[in-house]
Ligand binder design. Sequence first.
Ligand code: GLV
Length: 329
Amino acid sequence: MSKPRLLATRPLFEPVRNLLDDHFSMEYWTNPERIPRAELLSRVAGKDGLICLLTEKVDEELLSGAPNLKLAATVSVGFDNIDVAACTRHGVVATNTPGVLDETTADFAWVLIFAVARRLLEGVEMIQSQTWKGWDLDQLCGADVWGKTLGVVGFGRIGRAVARRARGFGMKILYSDALRVAEEVEREASAQYVEFDRLLSESDFVTLHVPLLPSTRHLMSTPQFARMKRSAFLINTSRGPVVDEAALVAALDSGKIAGAALDVFENEPNVHPGLLGRKNAVLTPHIASASLETRTKMAMIAAQNAIALFDGRRPPNALNPDVLEKSRG
Ligand code: GLV
């Protein structure tokens, strides 16, 4: 029997390719430029499965042009690039890669917290530009992190991993979420549930860990910045559109908040010009989960989901398992 035909929009990693090549007839997009949309549509047209990145949209147009497609596996935990309802209509199983990137992403939230609070980039720049004149008492004085209040918005796996780390810095930990978590989870993270508005007004660091949904788009906008302390910082490692960038720029310009550290942007790869070149904004290119170990695991999970589906098993990370129920009749 011929192997199912899959398109991967990146070469992935060698161990993952070795596994995929054993099971499938694989086509990899290897060009260093990301795959243009027209190329994606034409290459996926005859395929049985797609392994894609969060930058590729799996939507009605793609699905209706790929009648054999049974799988759309995104190598990311966020799946706002996938129209899951459209996948279900087309009998396509959608999968993501939850779980393996929580700790790595939480580590990076802390990289950002410290970088923005302790003025890391300004210090590095002073050394690199050879303008450092030696130790001085009031040089690059930032804000303490230890002992402050951390506000975690979204208390899923990543938010909790961020909170667990805060205990080591003797911080008070607040969280808000659509639902309050079980008491033992709160205890394990030493975190206290509060309403979102209260979290905003009491936190020194507000860190975002919500998925992008209609209800979380521009969750942080003018009224929310107005509630924050003038000395507080915003950290975003979730999805760019959760923050209204124009409102953030206005809040930074007017001193409504002290600074921001962002790994994600509203219109990636574009960054609001008002965020560029400011000392109180630390900006990184969507790399919170980018350790080699974790990115390899993410790609491996996408491969394992594909193998499970085409072996007739339920993919462990199916986002719309009802498709499988239906196809079994
Ligand atoms: C990265 O942003 C992811 O969703 O995995």
